[in-house]
Design a protein around this ligand. Structure first.
Ligand SMILES: NC(=O)c1ccc[n+]([C@@H]2O[C@H](COP(=O)([O-])OP(=O)(O)OC[C@H]3O[C@@H](n4cnc5c(N)ncnc54)[C@H](OP(=O)(O)O)[C@@H]3O)[C@@H](O)[C@H]2O)c1
Length: 241
């Protein structure tokens, strides 16, 4: 049987979610002619050595660097400036960004019929933040970029009043991720109330300190697990359409 090849590039890849997710998907759906492999690349130039694949996912640190190797980009990938999914078709390599899809589909149910929040704080200014800014722009939610050194505002300048004025707070930093689960973004958490929605792109641990501190003050919380599954499913749809 000729196997259809898919995989993930990045470095390091030891704790990746995608291989287990696709192995489970293939098993559940009784797909026996597909494989999903890890390609830990120490340098992005090694990307050209990958042959005979139908689709590739991209993770840290190559979501931006890989763009130079692609023939075309989807509108989303181009606007965001980051690619996490590549489709090989007709000798071309086309880049997509499914993080934005995963984030938007997992975010909106949070309001649960209530009005969408008007203002957000986005913590961090990396690749994941760029997908989040794109989605907030699409949804018409105004936001401030919170950063240690750049963006609209630093953590030191965030006071209780600013927290009270921004009902959606999204953590796109790795702060609080296992094994550093005792850390959380440096915020005046006393400003968080039952009017707030806290979304953490981190999914390990399931409830980060950021989320548990928000929940203690009554906020609606969500981690990045569903986003991760949705972006993987969307990649699969793109490869098979
Ligand atoms: N759930 C999902 O589907 C999903 C998808 C993509 C990413 N993620 C997760 O999202 C997180 C960020 O991913 P990324 O690719 O954007 O990573 P990244 O580029 O390495 O980091 C994001 C930003 O976090 C801030 N940051 C980094 N270390 C920090 C620290 N010690 N203290 C405070 N801020 C810090 C930085 O912004 P400043 O320099 O501006 O402060 C940095 O640009 C990761 O944990 C990743 O696993 C989840």
């Amino acid at each position: 049987m000729i196997m259809k090849k898919y995989g993930l590039i990045g470095y390091p890849l030891s704790h990746s979610f995608s291989p287990g997710y696709f192995a489970e998907k293939f098993k559940k759906s009784e797909i026996t002619d597909c494989r999903y492999d890890l390609y830990p690349l120490t340098e992005i130039v090694e990307f050209d050595d990958i042959k005979d694949c139908l689709g590739i996912n991209v993770t840290i640190p190559y979501k931006e660097q890989v763009i130079a190797y692609l023939d075309e980009l989807s509108v989303e990938a181009e606007t965001i400036g980051a690619v996490n999914t590549i489709k090989y078709i007709d000798g071309k390599r086309i880049g997509y960004n499914t993080d934005a899809y995963g984030f938007t589909k997992s975010l909106s149910p949070l309001w649960d019929g209530k009005a969408q929040p008007e203002r957000a704080l986005v913590l961090g200014t990396g690749g994941a933040a760029r997908a989040v800014w794109y989605v907030l722009d699409q949804l018409g939610i105004a936001y401030k970029k919170v950063s240690r050194t750049k963006g609209d505002i630093t953590y030191g300048a965030l006071d209780k009043k600013l927290i009270e004025e921004h009902h959606l707070i999204i953590n796109t930093t790795p702060v609080g991720m296992s094994p550093h689960a005792d850390a959380c973004p440096d915020l005046p958490y006393e400003g968080i109330s039952a009017d707030h929605y806290l979304y953490d792109l981190v999914y390990n641990p399931e409830k980060t300190l950021f989320l548990s501190r928000g929940e203690s003050n009554g906020a609606v919380i969500k981690n990045g697990h569903q986003m991760l599954e949705l972006q993987a499913d969307r990649s699969w749809e793109i490869w098979n359409s």
